[in-house]
Structures are given as C-alpha cells and as structure tokens.
Design a protein around this ligand. Sequence first.
Ligand code: 13P
Ligand code: SF4
Length: 346
Amino acid sequence: MTREEARELIDRRRNELGERLIILGHHYQKDEVVEFCDVVGDSLELARKASQIEAAEIIVFCGVYFMAETASILAQDKAVYIPDPTAGCPLADMADIRRVMQAWEELSRIGKSFVPVTYVNSSAEIKAFCGRNSGTVCTSGNSQLIFEWALSHGETVFFMPDKNLGRNTAKMMGIPGEQIVQWDPDQARGGLTDDDIVRARVILWKGWCPVHWPEFAISDICSMRKQFPGIKIIVHPESDPETVEASDSAGSTAQILKYFRGLKPGDKVAVGTEFSMVKRAAKEYKSIIDIMALKGIYCEDMGKISLENLAATLTNLEGKEHRVVVPDSIVREAKKALDTMLRLSE
Ligand code: 13P
Ligand code: SF4
C-alpha cells in the first residue's frame, strides 16, 4: 500500500464510520498520523477523553500499548484498537507484576503503611494491583497532586516504574533525599535494609525511559546555554533530577506545549523530549519563537504507528489483530485505580 492509498483508505473509512469512530493520538506521533487524529494530547488528557466519550463506539488509539489499554479500561463499552500492538513502552516493561507483588509482600512485613502508585506507563496488571491495594495511578502531569494524596493516606509511597519521575516529584514536594530510596528488583529485598524502608517516605522502583534518560544530560544544557545565551530550557520529568534542576522548567508533553504559549516573541527554547513533538512544535511556532531540540531522539515504539497500519486497522475492524482486550478481572481493579486519579485531577 502506498502512502497515498493509505490516506485515501483512512479518509474513506472515517467518512463511512462518521461519529461512530474517534481517533486519539499522543503528542509523540508523526505528523502524518496526527493529521488524522480527532484528539491529540498527553497521557492524562487522553485518559480523560477516553473516559468521557459518548457518541463513538470505536476508539483507535495512535500511541503505545499501555495508552490504548488505559483507554479500553476507561471506556469498557467501546471497542478499542491500536494500529500496531507491538508498540510497547520499555519503561512500562521494567515493572513486571510478579516482581512487584514480591516486593509488596516483602514491604508488607515491615510494620508501616504503604500506598502503591503506578505511573500510567505500566501494564493493566500493575494498575489493577494498585487498585486492589487502595492505591492509584499518576501521569507526569499530575504526579505531585497524586503523591500528596498518597502521603495523606499512608506513611510511604511505593512508586513504580519510573525512578526519575518519582524522584523529581518527591524533590518538588520538598521531601529530603534521605527519605527517598530506590527498590532495585535485581537485588535481594530491593537492595534495602529495614532501616532504609522505615526511614523512607518514597520508595522508587528502579525503572527509566531510555528516550529521556540518560539521553538528556546537564552537558547538553550547558552547551545550549553557552551557544544561545538567554535560552530557556524545558525537559520532560522522565529526565533525571540533575537535568531537571539545571532546566528552567519540566512538565508533561501538554505542559511543555503550554510553556511555549507563555513565551515572548523572539524567545529561544531548547526542549528535552521526544523529537517528533519538538519538530512539529518548531514548525508551528516558527514565526514567533525559536524551538530547538536538546537532542533529536525518537521513541521507536511511538514511531511504529504509521498511515499504513492505521489504514489496515480501519479496514479490518472485524478482525482481532489490532483489537485491545483487557480481561474483566483486571479491568475492574485497574479502573478503580484510574478513576481515583481522574477524580483527584478534575
Ligand atoms: P506525557 O504524559 O507527558 O504525554 O508522557 C507520556 C510519555 O510516555 C512520555 O515519555
Ligand atoms: Fe515509553 Fe519513553 Fe517511549 Fe514514553 S518515550 S512511550 S516512556 S519509551
């Protein structure tokens, strides 16, 4: 199928399906895919949108698998599809349910109350685990609010799987470094002593996003500042705390786009996040501000969604190939965790 044929097919199916279909897309999608999305957003906006859809009965999610899975959990009466089901998230894969439950069991032996919180970049099983244990979910756009809620419901937050987002959030809340510890699933008892756990207000699972860490580093920020004095720097909070500290701001993809809207004509800004989004914003704002990438790094998984597989999905809605199905037993508990997040972030 040529690109032109794919475009024609997508257009034809969109016209045929009309209001029965909604296409959701993440900001990291390629321009040619974004062009066909009815709604483009960050993880929080897309989860919220999925929970509010009324007219449509078919959701096609242009993003990575955990995002489509989240939409399916929040919109149980809709049929959810993803153009490439192999579009995963290496960060989400770093927290495997078996190891998380093992860690939870070990933590539970310490006489303290823990509240499990998972970053939305995680499997449906991990979200269900949080729902089952009176915990919740967060995104990079609401992590502080969610940590505050968790710490008002227990002594310690058990956060997975992104150590960087977790530490950035805890730091933002003023939690001292000695009360933030890391659970390394490759070590016995996470590599922590009882004292470490007793002292901790935040326990971080040792996971990271390979697009944001260690890719965006202080050295990149220093060379940008040297080359363009006065330049603003904004990074995604999946970057490490030192990089976030050396930047002017940090935020979710939607918050980064909002930051651009607050800049003055002629300002220069360097961005530490996925390159497809940065390139598109640079083009869009070309005549007003100068947006550049701290480094041009793509998320390969986000890039798996193409015009061709979007067209193939829309022409084969009867087949199982692109359909996202989450077992009912997982949906119930995962939805509980997600609903708590959405209620807190209203
Ligand atoms: P946002 O929620 O900021 O869109 O982030 C999603 C993500 O996967 C970033 O790597
Ligand atoms: Fe996952 Fe990182 Fe890609 Fe986001 S950018 S989907 S966290 S691998």
